[in-house]
Design a protein around this ligand. Structure first.
Ligand code: SF4
Length: 346
């Protein structure tokens, strides 16, 4: 079977005709965190990307994890920088000359000069960032986990790359029809017969929770069952850092995966049960993106506020403003998110 067998279903939960309905790895990870989050994820048609959902918007589009791409980008940015520098120098001379001739022409010609200066600074900033990323890659020393004594420990992305791990992107999700699992890690590192799935975490502290262990166990299972390669561990990468945590694909994590799959199937197969799903510990809701209150914008629904759909669970906060949240809408309550407390929603 090829690596990344073609997907037959991309949503979190559906029937593919196999013995078990398909369930996405991202849905399982959410179930491990909170059953309500799992139900919401299963109802949204989304594909597993191997990254934490609700990834923050990137402020730059510079490559950061592949040395060849960083080098390419640095070369093209340097060329653009030299061109902008030439334009800038020409512009300064032109503005001086015009200003000498007629002061108003000098002021007018300073406007395009300002635009060039803006771009010049952007190129300088990009060069500094790319150079520091390239330095991190070049200064790496080969270091990799001991496969005989795997434990959760921090490694450096570039040290692993120096140790011979190459990066692959997976064009299609992997599917295990017999177990009804579908998912795609963010990247896969390969070395010999090893295939190491990588998951990227965007929020919170650099701490591993059971939801990430479940996810890594699921990816390792998919790799081993779809490709027949060995996946003794996976990596959790933290956005904005080159730190990666090794998560062993051991018996304990596989047992957690089986347990989560079982619980998720029980909840999702019983439609009525989804209305009576227990609330998790308050601390889980306090920073959960699904419980974060958002301003109610009637135009968002193309309706006047008085005709808001019943599925929207509106609550009123400080100043009489109206809010709702994904989890609040789905389960008809006000999740105790820290923003909801600050807004004193009722
Ligand atoms: S807000 Fe709370 S109950 Fe809702 S999905 Fe998040 S953690 Fe679960």
């Amino acid at each position: 079977m090829s690596f990344g067998e073609r997907k037959s279903h991309q949503s979190g939960f559906g029937n593919t005709g196999s013995s078990e309905p398909m369930i996405g790895v991202h849905v399982l990870a959410q179930f491990e965190f909170c059953q309500r989050a799992g139900v919401i994820s299963s109802e949204v048609a989304s594909e597993d990307t191997g990254e934490e959902s609700e990834s923050p918007q990137r402020l730059d589009y510079l490559p950061d994890y592949e040395e060849s791409l960083i080098r390419e980008s640095l070369t093209s940015t340097m060329m653009a920088f030299w061109f902008a520098s030439l334009l800038l120098a020409t512009g300064v001379v032109a503005v001086g000359w015009m200003g000498n001739w007629r002061i108003e022409f000098g002021i007018l010609s300073a406007v395009p000069l300002g635009v060039i200066l803006y771009w010049w600074f952007r190129f300088v900033r990009a060069i500094v960032i790319l150079r520091s990323r390239l330095d991190a890659a070049m200064n790496a020393v080969p270091r990799e986990p001991n496969l005989l004594h795997l434990s959760e420990q921090i490694f450096n992305w570039w040290d692993l790359r120096r140790a011979g791990y190459q990066v692959d992107r997976m064009p299609e999700p992997m599917t295990d029809s017999s177990r009804g699992l579908i998912g795609r890690p963010w990247r896969v590192l390969r070395k010999g017969s090893l295939r190491i799935p990588v998951f990227r975490k965007h929020r919170g502290k650099q701490v591993i929770h059971n939801q990430q262990r479940t996810r890594i166990a699921a990816y390792c299972h998919l790799i081993e069952s779809c490709e027949g390669s060995s996946a003794p561990f996976g990596l959790v990468m933290f956005a904005g850092s080159y730190d990666v945590v090794v998560v062993p694909n051991n018996g304990a994590n596989q047992a957690t995966l089986s347990d989560v799959v079982h619980r998720a199937r029980q909840v999702l197969s019983s439609r009525n049960a989804t209305h009576n799903i227990p609330v998790p510990a308050r601390s889980a809701c306090e920073s959960c993106p699904l419980g974060r209150p958002r301003s109610f914008v009637p135009l968002e629904f193309d309706l006047p506020e008085s005709l808001a759909p019943q599925s929207i669970r509106l609550s009123t906060g400080v100043g009489g403003l109206r809010y709702h949240s994904e989890c609040g809408d789905r389960f008809d309550w006000i999740p105790p998110h820290k923003d909801a407390t600050n807004l004193r929603l009722s």
